[in-house]
Design a binder for this molecule. Structure first.
Ligand code: HPA
Length: 283
C-alpha cells in the first residue's frame, strides 16, 4: 500500500531539512519552462535530484531538470532553494503529487513561495517577452490538492483565497522591476490542466475573465496557502493566446522567447529575492 500523504510529506521534509542543514533560504522558487537556467546562476550551489527523494515524482516536461538547487544570490549571503523543474498535472501525476514538494518545503521551514511559469497572454495589450505578476487566479484544472481525505491533518481544509498572492511582496517585485527596467504588468492568471493548448473559442471566453493562461501554478499556490505560506506568482508572457493576432502557440516558441529574456529574469529575481530577505514577515 502507498504511504499516507502525511507520511510522504514528513519523509520529504526530513530529506529537505538534511539538505538545507544550517542554511535558511528566504524563499522557495519554482522555475517554469525556459526559466530553469536561473538556478545555475546561483553561488555555492548544492543539488538534490527529485529521484533521490522517495515520494517525489520526476518531472518529464521539456527543459524541466527535476532537482532542488540550493544556492546564494551572487555577491550576497541570501539563500534560495529552487525547484529546477516542476510537476504538471498533464504529466499524469495527481494534484497531491504536485503539492507534495510545496507542503514539504513548508514543513522544512520555508514560509514564502515564488512560483514562475511561461504563459499565453489573454490580454491583447500584453507584449510577448514581458512579464505578468499574478494578482489572483482562476483554477480551471478541475482539481484541487486539498481535496483529499488527509487534508485536515495537514492544515484547515477550507483554505481562504483572498489576497492569495501577497500584495506586499508583489509591490516589492514591481519596485525591483521598475529599478531594473523590466516590463512587468499585473493580472489575473487562469490555470488549466493541459496539455493541449486552448482553442480560439476557449481563448475568447477566457479573455473575458483573465489576463494570462497556462498549465501550472494554481495547484502549487492552493497548497501553499493551505499551510499559510506567502505567495508570489510571475509569468513570462511567452506568446499571445491561440487565435489572438493569429497566434498558434507551441512549446518551441515558448522556449525561444524564454531564451531572449534570461538577463531580465535574472536581474528581476536576484533583486527580488534580496528584497524578500529584507522584508519583515507581517503578522
Ligand atoms: N496556453 C497554455 N499554456 C501555455 C501557453 C498558452 O498559450 N503558453 C505557455 N504555456
Amino acid at each position: 500500500m502507498a504511504e499516507s500523504l502525511i507520511t510522504q510529506i514528513a519523509d520529504t521534509a526530513d530529506i529537505l531539512k538534511r539538505f538545507l542543514g544550517e542554511r535558511h533560504p528566504v524563499c522557495a522558487l519554482v522555475l517554469g519552462s525556459g526559466l530553469n537556467f536561473y538556478a545555475d546562476t546561483l553561488e555555492d550551489r548544492s543539488v538534490l535530484p527529485y529521484k533521490d527523494v522517495p515520494h517525489m515524482k520526476v518531472s518529464t516536461a521539456v527543459g524541466h531538470k527535476g532537482q532542488f538547487v540550493l544556492g546564494k544570490v551572487p555577491r550576497t549571503e541570501v539563500w534560495v532553494i529552487c525547484m529546477q523543474g516542476r510537476l504538471h498535472g498533464y504529466e499524469g501525476v495527481t494534484a497531491q503529487d504536485v503539492a507534495l514538494p510545496v507542503w514539504a518545503l513548508h514543513e522544512a521551514g520555508i514560509d514564502t513561495l515564488v512560483t514562475t511559469n511561461a504563459a499565453g497572454a489573454l490580454n491583447p495589450a500584453f507584449k510577448v517577452g514581458s512579464f505578468c505578476a499574478m494578482t489572483d487566479h482562476i483554477n480551471m484544472t478541475g482539481r484541487n490538492p486539498v481535496a483529499h481525505t488527509e487534508a485536515n491533518q495537514i492544515a484547515e481544509r477550507f483554505v481562504p483565497m483572498l489576497d492569495a498572492y501577497d500584495p506586499h511582496l508583489r509591490a516589492l517585485l514591481l519596485d525591483v522591476a521598475a529599478a531594473e527596467q523590466v516590463d512587468v504588468n499585473e493580472g489575473v492568471y487562469l490555470g488549466l490542466l493541459g496539455p493541449s493548448f486552448e482553442t480560439p473559442a476557449e481563448i475568447r471566453v477566457f479573455s473575458q475573465w483573465a489576463d494570462t493562461v497556462a498549465m501550472s501554478v494554481v495547484e502549487e499556490v492552493i497548497a501553499a496557502r493551505h499551510v499559510g505560506m506567502r505567495v508570489v506568482g510571475l509569468s513570462l508572457v511567452s506568446n499571445m493566446g491561440c487565435g489572438i493576432e493569429g497566434a498558434s502557440p507551441n512549446s518551441d516558441e515558448v522556449m525561444d522567447v524564454a531564451e531572449t529574456v534570461k538577463p531580465a529574469f535574472k536581474a528581476l529575481m536576484d533583486g527580488f529575492i534580496v528584497r524578500i530577505a529584507e522584508a519583515p514577515v507581517a503578522e
